[in-house]
Every structure is written in C-alpha cells, then in structure tokens.
Design a protein around this ligand. Structure first.
Ligand code: AMP
Length: 321
C-alpha cells in the first residue's frame, strides 16, 4: 500500500519533469520508511527514466527495479540529487499576496502540499512569539491586537533566520511578508546574497466589502491552523442562539473536538486599520515586482474550487487554462 503510494508519488513527479518535485517525492518516500527497501526501490525505478539524465548507472537502475538496492544506496542517490538541485536549480520563491481574509492561509497549505515547499507565515510566527512571551512577542503584541504593522526590523529578522532553515533550501511560500516596500527590498537583498530572486507573486483579489464578513466570522483551531467560518464553513459542533449567532462554547474543531478560538485582531475595528495598512503600505509592493513579470492575479472572491483552479494557473505563470 505504502509502496504503491510512493511509486505513484514518484511517477507523478517524474512525468511532470519537475526536478525539485522528483527529488522531494523520492526523499519523502525514502525517509518516511527507511527500512522499506521495496518502497525505495519502487521509488527509484519509477524515476529511473529521469535519473538517466543525472548519471545514475544502468546497473543501479536495474538493481533498483528488482528491489536489490539497499535503502542506504537509494538514500545516497536521493541526497546526491538534492544536493545538485540545491546548488544549480533556481529556488521557487513565492509570495502569497492579498488583504487579510483573502485566503492566503487557506491556499498556502495547498500549494505547500502540491510543491513540497514550506509556507512561512509571519503572522503565525509572531503569534507564536506572543504566546511564548518572547522579547519579540512582547514588542509585537499590542500593535498586532490593534491591527497595526510590526516593525520592519523585527519581521525582516524573523524571515532572515527562517529562510536559512534546511526546509527552505528548494524554495518557500511567503504568507504575510513582505508587507512594506522596505521589507520587499530587504527580501530582495537577502535573496541576492544567494543569487536568488522572487519567482512568483500570487495576488489574491477580494473586494474590501467582502472581507469584514469573512474576518469577523472566522474561527481557528490553534494547534493545526484549521480555519472555520460561522456561515461558509461551520464546524459540525456549532450551535446557534435565539438571534441566530454562533454560541462560542459550541465552536469545536471537527477532528479533535478541541475548542476553536477567534484571533484578537479579527474584529471589525482592527480590520479597518489592517485594510488601511494593506492599501497604503502593502499594495505598492506589486508595482515593485510587476516589471519582472512574476505577478499573477487570482480572483479569490469565488467558490474554493474556482480559486484553486486559478491558483494553479497562476503557479504555472498563466500558461494553463
Ligand atoms: P496575518 O496573520 O498575516 O494577518 O498577520 C497578523 C498580524 O501580524 C498583522 O496584522 C501584523 O500586526 C503582524 N504582521 C504579520 N506579518 C507582518 C509583516 N510582514 N510586517 C509587519 N507586521 C506583520
């Protein structure tokens, strides 16, 4: 069962001819169960055609096809490939762009799963710092609650450290960063040090008039990040009072039954400030990236399936319908 999943994963990657995906699929399969030689062999043989281009010998491929390859040999092949991609292949550096409530937190994990690159949300990182009571958290807490922007210095520092982590080697998806031109230029400078550039900006468009209902009805399961909405995606447990409003104590996560929470800044009052900041400080970033041809628009004010279809088109640089 697991072997066939791994095989499908690797074949899909091979046929889509994405070297990064191929490496990630093979690596995932190998590392999730290092003892399972058949799995590794299935994975290696599925991508065998592509391996030819990278100099894996016929003997190795034949051995892999019949399950004779040891997991350590297969892992070494995977590691060698990964090293090569990290060195020579441009990283996929993507910015998910859009106002609060436009769906960055919903689309990000789906892109993460599709491409196997990490989603980095500065909002999540800052909320974690606030919960942990760190120095950064103490500095950020009040301004976040009021819907203002945390200082460029703090967020640039957080991102600088985060993108050096090994899981960002092949690329990453930025959610909520950059939010000012200063941050965009700092990002460009950080990337330039490694010969990298922003390769895609996906702009999720939603009219301001729709955002208040989206934001104020939003409930979150803190541990998993699962997001619900009283009207559009209510949890199974939700009960309503006589006026039709959701009863807070009834809001529980569908999977764990744990209580859901509302973000301190998901209020109509804070949203006004967040939207002001978005239009005055964040939107100009689009003009900064447009000349490089990486910006793709998505209509995020439609059914989820339609948004995802447009996101896929945007990921491909608008090349598919
Ligand atoms: P988000 O979860 O992206 O809506 O972010 C929540 C809050 O965290 C924002 O309203 C800001 O107060 C703060 N924040 C997140 N990212 C940034 C950033 N790049 N620059 C400044 N403040 C940020």
């Amino acid at each position: 069962m697991f072997a066939s999943t791994a095989y499908r994963q690797a074949s899909r990657a091979a046929f889509s001819c994405s070297r990064r995906q191929l490496s990630a699929a093979a690596s995932n399969a190998a590392s999730s169960n290092g003892k399972n030689m058949l799995t590794v062999a299935a994975c290696v043989s599925a991508v065998g055609a592509t391996y030819v281009a990278y100099g894996v010998s016929e003997k190795d491929k034949a051995q892999a096809a019949f399950g004779f390859v040891s997991s350590s040999t297969a892992q070494k092949q995977v590691d060698d490939e990964k090293e090569k991609f990290a060195k020579y292949w441009p990283r996929c550096i993507m910015i998910l762009f859009g106002p609060p409530g436009s769906g960055k937190g919903t689309q990000g994990p789906k892109i993460e799963e599709l491409l196997g690159i990490a989603q980095l949300s500065t909002g999540d990182m800052l909320r974690a710092a606030v919960s942990a009571g760190t120095e950064v958290g103490k500095k950020a807490q009040a301004v976040m609650k009021a819907g203002g922007l945390v200082s460029d210095e703090i967020v640039v520092g957080i991102i600088r450290d985060r993108i050096r982590e090994p899981d960002c080697k092949y690329g990453f998806i930025l959610d909520g960063f950059p939010r000012t031109l200063v941050q965009a230029k700092a990002l460009d400078a950080m990337l330039a040090e490694e010969g990298a550039v922003v390769s895609r900006v996906i702009e999720l468009e939603v009219p301001d008039s729709v955002l208040e209902e989206r934001i104020c009805g939003r409930w979150i399961h803190k541990k998993s990040g699962r997001s619900y909405h009283v009207k559009y995606a209510p949890p199974k447990s939700m009960q309503k009072d006589a006026s039709g409003a959701a009863v807070p104590d009834s809001m529980k996560d569908d999977e764990t039954g744990e209580p859901l929470m509302q973000r301190a800044d998901d209020t109509a009052g804070a949203l006004v400030k967040r939207l002001q900041g978005y239009h005055s400080e964040t939107v100009p970033i689009l003009q900064h990236y447009k000349p490089t041809g990486v910006v793709e628009k998505v209509n995020a004010n439609q059914q989820m399936a339609g948004v995802w279809k447009e996101v896929l088109r945007a990921l491909a640089g608008g090349k598919i319908e």
